[in-house]
Design a protein around this ligand. Sequence first.
Ligand SMILES: Nc1ncnc2c1ncn2[C@@H]1O[C@H](COP(=O)(O)OP(=O)(O)OP(=O)(O)O)[C@@H](O)[C@H]1O
Length: 514
Amino acid sequence: MKNQEDKFKKVVSHAKEYGFIFQSSEIYDGLSAVYDYAQNGAELKNSIREYWWKSMVQMNENIVGIDAAIFMHPTTWKASGHVDAFNDPLIDNKDSKKRYRADVLIEDYAEKLNIKAEKEIAKAAKRFGDAFDRSEFVNTNPRVVGYLSKKEAVLSRMARSLENEDLKDVKALIEELEIACPLSGSKNWTDVKQFNLMFGTKLGASAESAMDLYLRPETAQGIFVNFANVQKTGRMKIPFGIAQTGKAFRNEIVARQFIFRMREFEQMEMQFFVRPGEELKWYELWKETRLKWHLSLGLGENKYRFHDHDKLAHYANAAADIEFEFPFGFKELEGIHSRTDFDLKAHEEHSGKKLQFFDHEMNKNYVPYVVETSIGLDRMFLAVFSSALQEETLEDGSERVVLKLPPVLAPTKAAILPLIKKDGLPEIAREIMDELKFDFSVAYDEKDAIGRRYRRQDAIGTPFCITVDHDTKNDGMVTIRYRDTMEQNRIKIEDLRSIISKEVSMADWLRKSQ
Ligand SMILES: Nc1ncnc2c1ncn2[C@@H]1O[C@H](COP(=O)(O)OP(=O)(O)OP(=O)(O)O)[C@@H](O)[C@H]1O
């Protein structure tokens, strides 16, 4: 646990120190759970977005991309259920005046029971060695059975109470479990209340005529309301998809864990429209396809797992998360949801416009079913960034901090470094840079000793450093240094382009993702 915390602190400080992420409006002491992407962060974020967009839109002839407005007609959110149901249960501690999500307090309690059970299991595994049978132990050891069955009972009672909107029972559960405010230790709680997560704003100049609007809490609805327009103008045939990336806003009660949970964030969503009855087949296919996309980045297979949902949202008939092992444990990175015909039907009812498809093969009209893939761009950033950040002890005992980003996503693909600042070396380095910049984002650095310059590039994840030295003038060759292995080779200047391309070409990475 301590290790995890340390690792996470390092991620946050590295992101700031090396120009990836800054607190928003930091000179005014910042704004809680709002962040700005800095010079390197913006590049990395753009690359992740591009990798997603190409794998969806460019690689699939039946998926097109749109860019809908953030402001939408307010009835959209009535139809989607967000006005009535996009709530989190909140509870305040009367002594510390801190606000919490009641469900998160209970989940954290349940997780502690889980940790206790895992500790018992680990102890026994150590004691029994090879003879240890985990599943038998879990089913028979009274302590472990006790912890796990209490955990199940707590979680299922909470789920039941939330489903029945019995907020009194949620509070009763918190009291029975004697859950204390993590900050003050106080058990003096207010009642549990529902809190709508949408941000409201106004459209219009005068107070009387202004219209109440919401900042969109998800990009999906911008796709649903454009379903008929895209289908007709694109002559799309079912099955087909509409993809979109863009900002979403949620007034999260407890925003924490850096860019994992923000109040302003970006989503990358794709809604896939299918024949009614075929949605579960597509749902399984999209689960597989999306996992493959993640694995193609090479962050490690063991970093991902599926979490199939038992408790489904009002619009879904199947749902799963792809969870990623963040520095603070496995958490949701992407959701794949079979959303039935809920959204299109609701928009038909509220708008009075038909949102249907005439299927020539079936010779009938129907409201398509929808399978959605929805991933947070910022969460994806955190997944890539946190797993790429590594500390290594080198053979000579020195430490190196290196950001082993997938080369296709690295903000700078190559740094061109003249060994010294004179003897015509900077001019050659500039010439190389002026040639390579048409294909790749490259940087030039002539300050400090070469070793320090290598380390600076390691820390921002630059896959290649190219050093120009005195011999370059005679033989037209440079030294290329590889970030991950630190291996150095001498190569011809004219081969640089193809060597770099081999590692960073988006086309090659996309091939792995299909
Ligand atoms: N506050 C947030 N900050 C950053 N990313 C978010 C936030 N809320 C959602 N996302 C991202 O958008 C994706 C799809 O949104 P969805 O509504 O399914 O999330 P969610 O189930 O509400 O997430 P969570 O349970 O973590 O609140 C999530 O998988 C996540 O990657």
